[in-house]
Design a protein around this ligand. Sequence first.
Ligand code: SF4
Length: 379
Amino acid sequence: MSLKIKRNKTRPVKVGNITIGQGHPIAVQSMSATKTQDIEATLKQIRMLEENGADLIRVAIDSKKDVKALEQLRKETSARLVVDLQESYRLVKDVGPFVDKIRYNPGHLHHHEKNISVKEKVAFLVDHAGQNNCAIRIGVNFGSIDPSAKEKAENRFSAALDSAKEHVGIMDELGFENFLVSLKSSDPNDVVEINKMFASEFPHIALHLGVTEAGMLPMGEIKSRVAFENLLAIGIGDTLRVSLTLPFDEKYREILIGKKIVEDVYAGKFRSVPKFENKGMNIISCPSCSRVENEAFIELAQKVKEMTEYAKDEDVTIAVMGCRVNGPGETDDADLGLWCAPKHVNLKKGEEALGAFSYDEILPKLKIELDKIIAEKLS
Ligand code: SF4
């Protein structure tokens, strides 16, 4: 059996020699997790993802040294490369010649250079992307929503949507069409709802689907599957990424799982989980990237899963994040959050910081806080 899916008539987005949107095959992508400056390791990672069918491969760029490494990588691979720019949007000028697509997060254009408007920053990005035939992704994340949109909006759905709309408006004003949008959350139900809302208002804009910090297997796959099944089946989604916390040499599984989900949806095979029942212990963890501050993060995420097994039926969310770029913000909505620095792990309860602990100390500290939350729920 195969399912007849009427895809949204999205505008085409040219990324290197492929087109995303306009009914073209759904592109499956992943991100290199190694340090970008470790050229040998990053190249190995890119080749592994490419061999497993990655249509696009993203690398993180935060410094001029990363740009130098990217230049070298470009000479060694013909893979379609995407860069992820955070606060350092000005690097677009340097990376443009070496990549096919640029991703920026509207929430990260507010932290520095406050005397320059967001619109001017986007114009800078668009100018250099255009000069180098690069596509752009406006990547909105629930965990790092533009603070001004957050202040004005009633809830995070409106804030995320307002932020995306503002940036679509800027692109329109600048006359730039080679862009797509992503609206991601660590909760698959949020991902379904927000993408439906956006697609009903902007059916012509191509969408990149993803559940952030989907975490470890098997839950990471289940969360992504729930979101993607619900959206792909109604024609929403032009490219996707499954974000899993995996050892570096297993990152290819993101591609295989992404492709399998698309294949299953088109074959009419569903898990039949219309809504993700967020019951019991929910551990979200980032997929790691070159920004990971200590590789012990991946083992830590696994240990958190094992340590909390005794409380698996408790409705508690624990977020484990690999770095300071997204760690502090993306843990705010969890009951307990851990974000990793080179020598210590920061522990949070909601938005409140509880201190920094060594990698050896953190698990007992986490257990104390988890037990307190469970006791609070009982009292
Ligand atoms: S939290 Fe940091 S290390 Fe983890 S994926 Fe995001 S940017 Fe990379």
